[in-house]
Write a protein that binds this ligand. Structure first.
Ligand SMILES: Cc1cc2nc3c(=O)[nH]c(=O)nc-3n(C[C@H](O)[C@H](O)[C@H](O)COP(=O)(O)OP(=O)(O)OC[C@H]3O[C@@H](n4cnc5c(N)ncnc54)[C@H](O)[C@@H]3O)c2cc1C
Length: 260
């Protein structure tokens, strides 16, 4: 059986590789660690109601894969009014390919890719987030950027809605720390956005972050994008704010329907 070579070790690529391996295929992930990759900054939350009617089929396709491969946690966040909001959650650290091949993929074709001066042949899955148009000219991917902040110590999961309607969350994404995000997603991200996010965090009692993570969520017109672009080559992107669900749904489609 040919191997599956994946371009991009974010949520999309890592989920496809993990699922392919679970089904007995060999898979190698290439990720050159680009600044602005979305997945390391993701909170890892998902919820049926976020999918809306249009993306609901993705939610239902994704859940069995996530249940099979990862422990899905239930997370409860308390609002200022004392209400509780529940989410499902898989930390990106459990999903992201731990040691991808760090070479940059320079070229792809039908059933091959080139990286580090070498050619690899097999099934090719391009999951390069906002960098996907490099491999499919004409594909329009808009990056909406946001920064999140990580604070030392574990705090209770909380959510707060600010005057401008923006909702912020703070919870333990990774042990020993508290993750804060206010959902900022901007095409033109500026220092002012950063200052506002930090101010919102301060209002939730979070001061002096130890880590700043920044990522660009990939948006594609007309909804998430999955296409066989050549006989043995596929490209998927457009994870927007739902990378876990959409990445898992497309991983099933690739492995079960297209390759399998
Ligand atoms: C702040 C923030 C919070 C978020 N919270 C959530 C959340 O709670 N739940 C949720 O479901 N989603 C969330 N998202 C959205 C989610 O992160 C994205 O939809 C998802 O990460 C997109 O994954 P991806 O694999 O397509 O892209 P990316 O994560 O950007 O991965 C693409 C990878 O491709 C690599 N690459 C690119 N070109 C090449 C090349 N030529 N050669 C080798 N490697 C290459 C890059 O290095 C990169 O690692 C959040 C996003 C952000 C920014």
């Amino acid at each position: 059986m040919p191997s599956l070579f994946v371009v991009g070790g974010g949520l999309f690529g890592s989920l496809a590789a993990a699922y392919a391996r679970a089904r007995g295929m060999e898979s190698i992930v290439f990720d050159s660690g680009r600044d602005g990759a979305a997945s390391p900054a993701a909170a890892g939350l998902f919820k049926e109601s976020w999918a809306g009617r249009k993306l609901l089929p993705h939610y239902h396709r994704a859940l069995p894969l996530l249940e099979q491969l990862y422990p899905i946690r239930a997370l409860s966040l308390e609002s200022a009014e004392g209400n509780r909001e529940s989410h499902l959650f898989v930390p990106p650290s459990l999903i992201l390919e731990p040691s991808p091949n760090r070479q940059s993929v320079e070229k792809v074709g039908d059933g091959w890719l080139e990286a580090g001066g070498r050619r690899y042949e097999g099934w090719i899955y391009i999951a390069a987030g906002v960098w996907s148009p490099q491999f499919l000219p004409g594909l329009e991917v808009i990056g909406k950027a946001g920064a999140v902040f990580v604070y030392p110590g574990e705090r209770e999961g909380r959510t707060r809605r600010f005057e401008d309607g923006r909702q912020a969350i703070a919870f333990v994404r990774d042990p020993g720390t508290t993750y804060f995000s206010d959902g900022t997603a901007e095409r033109d991200y500026t220092e002012e956005h950063e200052r506002l996010s930090l101010r919102r965090a301060e209002r939730m009692g979070l001061i002096e972050p130890s880590v700043r993570l920044w990522g660009r969520r990939p948006y594609t017109k007309g909804g998430p994008f999955f296409e066989r672009i050549a006989g043995r080559t596929w490209l998927a992107t457009g994870g927007r704010k739902m990378g876990t669900i959409l990445g898992a749904s497309f991983a099933r489609r690739l492995v079960e329907e297209e390759i399998g």
